[in-house]
Design a protein around this ligand. Sequence first.
Ligand code: PGA
Length: 261
Amino acid sequence: MSRIPLMAGNWKMNLDHLEATATVQRLHWALQDANFDYDKVEVAVLAPFTDLRSIQTITDADNMSIRYGAQDVSVHPDGAYTGEISARMLAKLSCSYVVVGHSERRQYHGETDMEVGEKALAALGGGMVPIICVGEALGIRKAGEHVAYTLAQIDAVFSELGPELAPRAVVAYEPIWAIGTGEVATPADAQEVCGAIRERLAELYGRETAETIRVLYGGSVKSANVAAIMAEPDVDGGLVGGASLDPEEFARICRFGEHVA
Ligand code: PGA
C-alpha cells in the first residue's frame, strides 16, 4: 500500500498576509525550478487565519499545486463564540487541512483530547482533513512511557470520530521536547512511535485502513535530517515548523527523495 507523503509547513503565528503571499510564491518557484512532482509528494502550508484568503487568491490565480490549511478550528458550527473561526468558513476558502491539537494549543489553551477530537470532527464535517497532533513531553519520554502516552491520546481523540470519517484524518507525531528546540528525534525514535500509532489504528479500523492513514513526524525537521526520517517505513511526511518559514529550505525538505539518506 503506498501512501503519498505529505510535507506540511506549520507557520504558527508568523508571516502576515503580504509575507504569506511572497513566501508561497517563492516556494512555488523553488519547486518549479526543481521540476518538482506534486503527485509524488503533497505540499501544504498551514497559515494564520488572516493569510488564508491571500493564499487562496495567489494559488488559484497562478494555478499552483500547493495546498493550504489552518492551524485551528472551532468545535462550534456558528454562533456567539467571539474570536472563533468555523470549519465552514475555512472550507469556503478551499482549505484542505486543519491542524488540531498541536501541543502549543494543548499547553497554552488547555485543549483536551476530547476537544481535539471534536475539532477533528468539525474539520471532517467541513470536508477538510484534520492533522491530529499527538506526542509526549520530555518527562514522559525519560520515564519510558512515550508510546503508551501517545497511544492514549490516539484512543481518546479517535473515539470522537466515527469509523467512516476517522480514516480520512492525518496523524502527526510530535514529541514536545523536539519542537523548536533543534533536538530532533532519531529516525528510530520517530519510527518506534509512528509504527505503534499505525498498529493501534489497525486495531481500531483494520489493517487495510490503517495502511492508508498517513502518520507524519514533526519536531526540528530540516533538509539535513528529513531524508533519514522519511526512510522509516511508518513515517509518511513531516509537520515542519521553523524550517517552513524559509521557502527555499522548505522546498529542499519537500525534495527529500533526492537527498542521500
Ligand atoms: P519545529 O516545529 O519544526 O519548529 O520544531 C514543529 C511543529 O511544532 O509543528
